[in-house]
Design a protein around this ligand. Structure first.
Ligand code: UDP
Ligand code: MG
Length: 322
């Protein structure tokens, strides 16, 4: 036989994506077949579609398409666990030598996958897909995202600017990732901490091909909080610092109060000076408790050691079992 050809698995989390799936699978199939033909990847290469507990026809479509092609595999989660977990389920269960994760909605330019494979062959273990511009985003999303990346880097979280979850990972980085048992999952923050040799490829992002965003503001905020609290203890330190400063200031005020009472004898029992600190300290304490509570909640979730996803169905028409 000739040269070694890596098996490529394209991992795609899908939540209620009946409108885009047929087209996505069609285009990715073309890409896979082309790269097989040009001897870039093994003929066992495939896509692994992860149905994240959809309540539309997503799973029916996946299994239907899977029957017709050896290059289409599927996993169905028993619940809607959210994008990060669906992605993790896919990464942990895909069998390829190289895994590329991509969204189902064709927003990410799929032709970049071949470039990622080229970079892998040059010896990179992780290849990050980085958006060259955010033109197709709303003004709101663009600004909040940019501000968020800035905040993350200030808080010491190692993120790749303008990279979401479109990336290639080698088998050994996936095996490394499997050792991370954390429940609070923020993959795009976690993967850079793995180390390994990595590089970036740029691409332009399109509009969603069809259907609506499955990331409403609420889910986006949850992911954003996850990104901070699962990587950074800076908020805790900030609170400690704030608490210390306020304590220091109130010491000075107390001294001043004592001075005016005992030495000057001019102190009139003031309403403001007693009520203001009450509010100030009350507010501060609540704020601190809130932040601490956030971390306690995380600790609580982690100590449960619950499985992070449950697979309900699975098919792989290329294997002999089943
Ligand atoms: N997704 C998922 N589970 C969810 C929400 C989203 O698996 O609970 C998938 C979705 O099907 C898509 C990807 O995550 O493949 C990104 O979602 P979407 O494109 O809606 O997010 P946006 O691009 O609007 O941020
Ligand atoms: Mg999208």
């Amino acid at each position: 036989m000739g040269v070694y050809l890596p098996i490529l698995s394209i991992v795609i989390p899908c939540y209620n994506e009946e409108e885009v799936l047929p087209e996505t699978v069609k285009r990715l199939l073309e890409l896979i077949k082309e790269d097989i033909k040009s001897n870039k990847i093994s003929s066992d290469s495939h896509m692994l579609l992860v149905d994240d507990g959809s309540n539309d026809l997503t799973w029916q479509i996946i299994s239907e398409l899977g029957k017709n092609s050896l290059h289409v595999k599927g996993i169905r989660l028993a619940h809607n666990k959210g994008h990060q977990y669906a992605l993790l389920a896919g990464l942990e269960n895909a069998s390829g030598d190289i895994l590329v994760s991509i969204d189902a909605d064709l927003q990410d330019d799929i032709s970049v996958i071949s470039k990622m494979v080229d970079e892998y062959k040059k010896g990179n273990d992780i290849v990050y897909g980085v958006r060259s511009s955010r033109e197709t985003d709303t003004l709101f999303k663009r600004n909040t995202a940019q501000g968020y990346y800035w905040l993350l880097s200030k808080l010491g979280v190692d993120v790749i600017y303008n990279h979401a979850d479109y990336r290639l990972m080698s088998r050994r980085t996936i095996e490394a990732l499997k050792n991370y048992g954390e429940v609070n999952l923020f993959l795009r923050g976690l993967i850079p901490t793995l180390g390994f040799k990595s590089t970036q490829v740029m691409y332009a992002r399109n509009e969603r091909f069809a259907g609506e965003s499955k990331y409403p503001l609420k889910k986006m905020l949850a992911l954003a909080t996850e990104g901070i609290t699962s990587f950074s203890v800076t908020p805790l330190r900030f609170i400690s610092g704030l608490g210390f400063s306020v304590f220091f200031i109130s010491m000075i005020i107390s001294l001043w109060a004592a001075y005016s009472y005992f030495i000057e004898g001019s102190a009139i029992p003031g309403w403001t000076s007693s009520v203001l600190p009450m509010y100030l300290l009350g507010g501060l304490q609540l704020l601190s408790l809130g932040v601490i509570g956030e971390y306690v909640a995380k600790t609580y979730m982690e100590t449960k050691r619950r499985p992070r996803y449950l697979i309900m169905d699975k098919f792989d028409s290329s294997s002999t079992e089943a």
